[in-house]
Design a protein. Structure first.
Length: 301
């Protein structure tokens, strides 16, 4: 962590949780708010599995964003129970909550997440993906309907891909941060280690290249992470539950695994600002996602 910065009078610093059902764009929003890709994104639901902290420091404020897993309502595995604990524990320790929904869509799963937010938590409604709404005239009545579910402090329709919208959201959020010294250095983007970020990047590529064929109960374990000067040597294992899934990840003559590894390495080099040697293996470990002790061994809370 970098040294804390000297701050002007009235400097603000606080924590903001980003919550919502899977696939409403929480990780994309987090990356936009931080200005760097630190949380993986995928069209596949249940991509984010850990509490990811992202940091954005400006001249007069430090925003500490917490991207939570999408609250799981469909399956009761040990993995999903772990993900849900991560959501509920986060909500008890933040200064504001961004409740993210997809503009024009509000269903039972959104309501279940909304019901988790403590009544006293300052909650801001984020209607994301407004760029995907064809008839913008439907937005106002839609938001009016959602407002009936809870008293929101603010309502911010936006597209996480629009930089002006992100600036507007930061301005809305700033008054909710308490006055105080920054917790992190001005160049810090996350409190997660490079080892953790490497695993997340590789896991994203696995999801992107296997699509809906591979169940989300696959994970990545970094077996070895060494640094020699600017070069990072990373040895990683992709864990799947069945032999058929292993074959799916490897692909014909290893083509898919090569593509996954190459894209992951390029993303790592961009994030770490240095060369990366990445060696990737695929192993079968059946039942890992429903084993509490195994989950802890793989870094789940």
């Amino acid at each position: 962590m970098n040294a804390p910065i000297s701050t002007p009078a009235g400097f603000r610093c606080g924590m903001v949780a980003i919550v919502g059902r899977p696939n409403v764009g929480k990780s994309t929003l987090m990356n936009a708010l931080v200005g760097q890709k630190i949380s993986i994104t995928s069209r596949k639901a249940q991509t984010t599995r850990h509490r990811i902290t992202g940091i954005n420091t400006t001249e007069d404020a430090q925003y500490i964003f917490v991207d939570t897993p999408g609250f799981q309502t469909r399956h009761s595995t040990a993995l999903n129970r772990s993900l849900n604990r991560a959501v509920t524990s986060t909500l008890s320790s933040v200064d504001a909550v961004l409740f993210v929904i997809e503009a024009g869509k509000f269903g039972p799963d959104d309501q279940k997440v909304l019901d988790l937010i403590p009544p006293g938590a300052p909650t801001i409604l984020i209607a994301n993906k407004i760029d995907c709404v064809k008839d913008k005239a439907t937005l106002y009545p839609f938001i009016e309907e959602v407002q009936k579910q809870r008293e929101f402090r603010e309502i911010v329709p936006l597209s996480a891909k629009n930089n002006d919208d992100i600036k507007r959201l930061l301005a809305v959020l700033k008054p909710y941060l308490p006055e105080g010294e920054p917790i992190y250095g001005e160049d810090d983007l996350t409190d997660r280690s490079e080892r953790f970020l490497a695993a997340e990047i590789l896991r994203e590529k696995v999801f992107r290249w296997t699509g809906d064929e591979l169940p989300y109960t696959s994970t990545v374990v970094i077996e070895k992470f060494e640094q020699e000067g600017r070069l990072r040597r990373i040895f990683a294992t992709i864990l799947v539950e069945r032999d058929t899934q292993k074959a799916m990840v490897i692909g014909q003559k290893g083509s898919k695994l090569k593509q996954i590894s190459t894209e992951a390495r390029l993303d790592m080099e961009k994030l770490f600002d240095g060369p990366v040697y990445l060696e990737t293996f695929v192993k079968v470990k059946s039942g890992w996602a429903d084993n509490e002790a195994g989950l802890r061994a793989y870094g789940y809370e």
